[in-house]
Design a protein around this ligand. Sequence first.
Ligand code: BTN
Length: 278
Amino acid sequence: MISEINEEKIKDYFSEKVQTYQFEIHDEIDSTNARAKQLYAEGTERAVVIAESQTKGRGRLGRSFYSPKGNGIYMSILFKTGREATDAVKVTTFAAVAVSRAVERVSGLKAGIKWVNDIYINEKKVCGILTEAGFSNESRGIDYVIAGIGINVYGREFPEDIRDIATSIEAEIDRTARNNENAALQTPDRNQLIAEILNQMEPFVTGEETDYLEEYRERSVIIGKRVNVINGNVQYPALAVGIDDDCGLIVEREEIDGNVTGERKVITAGEVSIRLQK
Ligand code: BTN
């Protein structure tokens, strides 16, 4: 059964540490990230904006994000921060670890991370994250962060352009349960999943997170795999070999015929996307 999103129910699942957020829950909105940005401009320092559907859901690299009613969680977490500009990549990668932990905790499914912050279950994408940060001219640090999270919770039908890579938590529970009758899995209550994401994000919001890089690496679904690196019009096949201490992806370029050339490159998140080779 599809759970209604409700502020009080979300709060029932909060851990003690989670500080108060201003909540906005919309039936339909253009983009929860856009709304969070507007709230910050109006003086709000901490908010969670959630919508049942988005008409202009934003994805990474200027793409749109499929956000139909009733299927998912579309949420943006806004918080003011005094972090250094060099921490920007941590927002992105910590959010990926936090969402993975939350998905696992409430569903029982194993969640992996496709660099830089897509969440994968059984080799398909269940969640995309778009983090946006505002920088201060004075301090040259980060003023505020918006972590926009889109999760396919229910549903098995996806538009043709994403059908091959998209899945939902519910669909993966069915698939996993068919293969392993003993797996302890449950389709999550969306309120519980939203609360668990906020619980897991809290150490980062308060600036008290412990080292999470090793976990980020362990959750990677692309290390050791052949990928296509796509940078605008430039594309090349490569082997993903590791993640460096700044969360850059280390790849070895390949020849067209599949031989590894040995030329190493470190890719930073910015404008690059990675596709797993089939
Ligand atoms: C991606 O996969 O490219 C990132 C998708 C991020 C989508 C979420 S849904 C909630 C928030 N609001 C948006 O407009 N985008 C993010």
